[in-house]
Every structure is written in structure tokens, then in C-alpha cells.
Design a protein around this ligand. Structure first.
Ligand code: SDX
Length: 393
């Protein structure tokens, strides 16, 4: 009753999750997927190859990758009745609310996923279906937001090209997808693919630990990612940069606001639960920003404001003492904007990138036959009280 609990030091009771998928060192700023440095994967791999690595544990052979891509490309169509959901969403409803509903609904269209004791092959089929159909549904959310007809997937395209074709293509004509855009999208999706036991991944694991189906577990992860302190930060960063731009670009004023305890304003895209050094992903995205905007011939004043903001903040003791550095969300939205996406789509793009990581973590938890999640608590409330009649309260 003193409120102190002696924790068993065995990992089982420390609350720490044991995982072999992603390693990150927040003090030094290291991030590795299955032992491969994120810098190498971002420069040399593709999103689908990284998805294979995260989910199955090794880089695929040429044959394995071809089979994986073939399976995915042949499951990108969704049941036509899924379109009826779009008739129900109010126009302007947030894409993350739509996406979590649509992914949860996929369980209804894939009843086999509800069976208990699925074989490894049966689980794998649901994994393939989910990766395939999520890209279609994300592009359809965007199309529906414009009142445009949805575009169907084409098997001749690779995963990312197909996604860009469905998102920016037109029924009336085939568009050329710029290889620069495809390469940029691959890089961004790779950089978001997994990140150890963050808020949304922990959500996926704990929902999955109750034996809820894969679609329900991922739908819960999407809802957790929606929060502006988590995945929603990429949208909040660009909205913040636009506000600073409209305010005449006075960066010093906004940095002062972020430091003011009486002001609820925070520098979005800054700070991290684990990284107390530069987020390695932010470094890669910042460099990619310059390359991609130059190649696409895009001028974006918010990039200059972001760089100035970073410079001012990182020379300010408030941020230095608290080890607040730019995180993955600080520059990503600038590239998404240059690729043609509106801010409301940024967080669903984060979800599309994080999908293989969520799936890999869910699969690992199932394979390890982990018990149902049950976080412990230290009770600090009232101990003994007697009920009293309402008249005497
Ligand atoms: C992601 O966990 C992951 O891995 C997540 C993620 C992933 O890939 O899954 O990396 C993706 O979510 C990145 C984070 C995106 N969120 C933002 O950019 C929102 C802005 N950042 C903050 O809200 C905050 O930094 C958090 C939520 C990210 C981290 O919060 P912490 O670790 O709990 O830090 P804190 O709130 O305890 O802050 C410590 C101090 C406080 O000041 P003091 O009380 O010590 O005086 O730093 C201050 C905070 O006020 N602070 C900030 C700040 N972030 C922290 N002050 C101004 N601006 C900020 N952005």
C-alpha cells in the first residue's frame, strides 16, 4: 500500500519488448533495419525490397523479390463494395480517419483472416493482400477528396510507380511518372518503414496480442499514428512553416514562442522520445530535399524557412540543453509538397511507409507466441473508503 512495486528484473516483467527487427541508438543517432544501416537502404534499396527485409528478416534473392512483387501486384484490386465507404465519408473528412476505417473494414472482405490458428501461408497471404490494397486505398482517398474518378492499378508498374499512377493519373490519359519522383517516394517510404517500439507500433503489437486479426491491429496503429505528436507531425510542420511564412518569415519570434512555457506552441518536427541527437532520417531527408527540389525545378520558400529555423533553434541553449533536434517529420512534408501531395495526405503517406514495419512487428509478436499485452501500474489512488448516502456528501 506504500505505492512501491518490486519489479521482477526478468525481461518478461520489465515491460521491455524483445525484438530483432529494428535497432536504434538515440544518443548517437543510429538506425538499422535487420542490421542494415538506414543510410545504405535509403540510397541503394527500394521500398518493396525493404518491406521484404523487415517482414522476412533477410534481403531477398532476385527470385524471391520477383515472386514477392508479383504476388503484391496481383492483389492490388479491392472488392468493389469497398467503394461504398467513400459515399459515406463526409467531404473533407481527414484521410487518416478514412484509412483506419477502410483497413479495419478489409477484415470483413477477408473473412479467412478472422480464423484462429492460421497457417504461415494463410498469414502470408493476408500480409500480401494488405500491402497491395493499402496503396490502392490511399490513392483512392486522394482521388475521392478531389471528386475525381479512382484509377485502377496496372500490373506493368512496380509498387511505387503504380501508387503514383493511381494517385496522379487520369482516366482520360496515361501520365508519365518521372523517375525522380519514384526514386524520391521510394526513399521516403523506406525512411518511414519501421522505428522500433514507437507509439503506433506498440499499439499494433498490443492489439495483435489479443489475437485480433491483422487488419484490426493495423487499423489501430493508423489511429495512433494520426496524433500530431506522432505521425501527424509531418502535416503540422508544413502548416507551421506556412504560418511563419505568412508572418513574414520571422523565425526568431516563433522560436521564442516555442520556448515560452505559457505558450502552447511547440516547434513541430523537433524533439523525439528517443533521439537525443540528430534523427538520422532527418539528415537524409534534408539532403534529399535540395536534390529533389532542384531536379524537379521546384522553388519552395518553406524549405529556406525550415533551414533557418533549424539553424536558430540549434544555436539556442533551450533546444541544445533539452537535446531537441529535427526529427523525421521536419523536412518530409516539403518533399511531399514538391511531389504534388496536399498536407492532409502527409500522414497517410507516413502510414503507407510504416505498414511493413507494423506487419513485421505484428508477425514477430505472433511467432514468439507472446502473451496478451497487460501493462502494469503503480496504484497511487485512495485505498479504503466507505460508501456514503448522496444527501450526506
Ligand atoms: C515521431 O517514437 C518514435 O519513434 C516516433 C517516430 C517514429 O518514427 O515512429 O520517430 C515519429 O513521432 C517523431 C516525433 C514527431 N512529433 C513532433 O515533432 C511533435 C513536436 N515534438 C514534441 O511534441 C516532443 O518532442 C515529442 C512528443 C516528440 C517528444 O516528447 P518527450 O520526449 O516526451 O519530450 P517532452 O515533451 O518531455 O519535452 C522535454 C522538454 C520539455 O521542456 P521542459 O519541461 O524540460 O522545460 O522539451 C520541450 C518540452 O516542453 N520540448 C519542446 C519540444 N519538444 C519537447 N519544446 C518546444 N518544441 C518542441 N518541439
Amino acid at each position: 500500500q506504500s505505492g512501491f512495486v518490486t519489479l521482477d528484473i526478468g525481461y518478461k516483467n520489465t515491460g521491455a519488448t524483445k525484438s530483432a527487427i529494428t535497432f536504434l541508438d538515440g544518443e548517437v543517432g543510429i538506425l538499422k533495419y535487420r542490421g542494415y544501416p538506414i543510410e545504405q537502404l535509403a540510397e541503394q534499396s527500394t521500398f518493396i525490397e525493404v518491406a521484404y527485409l523487415l517482414i522476412y528478416g533477410n534481403l531477398p534473392t532476385e527470385e524471391q523479390l520477383k515472386a514477392f512483387e508479383y504476388e503484391i501486384s496481383h492483389h492490388t484490386l479491392v472488392h468493389e463494395d469497398m467503394k461504398k465507404f467513400f459515399d459515406g465519408f463526409p467531404s473533407g473528412s481527414h484521410p487518416m480517419g478514412q484509412l483506419s476505417s477502410l483497413i479495419g473494414a478489409l477484415a470483413a472482405f477477408n473473412p479467412a483472416s478472422l480464423k484462429q490458428g492460421l497457417t504461415a501461408e494463410e498469414v502470408n497471404l493476408e500480409i500480401i493482400k494488405l500491402i497491395a490494397k493499402m496503396s490502392t486505398l490511399v490513392s483512392w482517398i486522394y482521388k475521392k477528396s478531389l471528386g475525381h474518378p479512382v484509377i485502377y492499378p496496372r500490373n506493368k508498374f512496380d509498387y511505387v510507380t503504380n501508387f503514383m499512377h493511381m494517385t496522379f493519373g487520369q482516366r482520360t490519359e496515361d501520365i508519365e511518372i518521372d523517375p525522380v519522383v519514384v526514386s524520391a517516394m521510394n526513399k521516403l517510404l523506406i525512411l518511414h518503414a519501421d522505428h522500433e517500439q514507437n507509439c503506433s507500433t506498440s499499439t499494433v503489437r498490443i492489439v495483435g496480442s489479443s489475437d485480433a486479426n491483422l487488419y484490426a491491429s493495423i487499423s489501430a496503429g493508423i489511429s495512433a499514428l494520426w496524433g500530431p505528436l506522432h505521425g501527424g507531425a509531418n502535416q503540422a510542420v508544413v502548416e507551421m512553416l506556412q504560418k511563419i511564412k505568412e508572418d513574414g518569415g520571422d523565425v526568431d519570434k516563433w522560436v521564442a514562442k516555442a520556448k515560452d512555457k505559457n505558450d502552447s506552441f511547440r516547434l513541430m518536427g523537433f524533439g523525439h522520445r528517443v533521439y537525443k541527437n540528430f534523427d538520422p532520417r532527418a539528415k537524409i531527408i534534408k539532403k534529399a530535399c535540395d536534390d529533389i527540389l532542384e531536379k524537379l525545378g521546384v522553388q519552395d520558400e518553406t524549405l529556406d524557412i525550415a533551414k533557418k529555423l533549424e539553424e536558430v533553434a540549434l544555436s539556442d541553449p533551450y533546444f541544445v540543453e533539452r537535446k531537441l533536434y529535427p526529427n523525421v517529420d521536419f523536412y518530409s512534408g516539403i518533399i511531399y509538397t514538391a511531389l504534388g501531395f496536399p498536407t492532409e495526405m502527409f500522414t497517410v503517406l507516413f502510414a503507407l511507409g510504416r505498414l511493413p514495419g507494423w506487419i513485421a512487428q505484428w508477425k514477430e509478436m505472433k511467432t514468439n507466441k507472446e502473451p496478451i499485452g497487460r501493462p502494469r501500474q503503480i496504484y497511487v489512488g485512495e485505498v479504503n473508503r466507505e460508501y456514503t448516502d448522496i444527501k450526506s456528501r
